[in-house]
Design a protein around this ligand. Structure first.
Ligand code: TYD
Length: 138
């Protein structure tokens, strides 16, 4: 899996003087079906989240409010992406180390995921992640 697969996706936006509306349909606007939604909020200043990779999980990360940065690392290249719009999502493919930092005050990070929570799907150790990436190249 390459970092090039991870892209910002423009989500549909219905403009309305009463307030805008965005919607997401699994397998239509994003390349997976949605099995789980979770969100990070009340993030204290200077905190970092993430710090892991997933073996199989696909995710879409959205700044529902405020802003934060996502740092992606596929074991070869790294990229820092700022999210600050509720109508943009960052698609993160499997086997991608991710860290989230630089949270603004009041930021809310919503994540759509392709599967239910499964601890065995995580790499939480960066060296183990790199070993897995290297062995997949053999
Ligand atoms: P984790 O994925 O490590 O969060 P982050 O990457 O944002 O730092 O999850 C933190 C804790 O929450 C961990 O104990 C697992 C638990 N958790 C669930 O029980 N269900 C979930 O869907 C998620 C995402 C986490």
């Amino acid at each position: 899996m390459s970092i090039e697969f991870c892209k910002k996706i423009d989500l549909p936006k219905i403009h309305d003087p009463r307030g805008n509306l965005t919607f997401i349909e699994g397998c239509n606007h994003i390349p997976f079906n949605i099995q789980r939604v979770y969100y990070l909020y009340d993030v204290p200043g200077g905190a970092e989240r993430g710090g892991h990779a997933h073996k199989e999980l696909h995710q879409l990360i959205i700044a529902m409010s405020g802003s934060f940065d996502v740092i992606l690392d596929d074991g070869r290249a790294k990229k820092r992406i700022q999210l600050n719009r509720s109508y943009n999502g960052l698609y993160v493919c499997p086997m991608m180390w991710r860290e989230l930092d630089n949270f603004s005050s009041g930021a809310v990070c919503m994540v759509l995921a392709s599967n239910c929570y499964d601890e065995s799907d995580y790499y939480r150790d960066y060296n183990q992640f790199i070993q897995a990436v290297d062995s997949s190249k053999l």
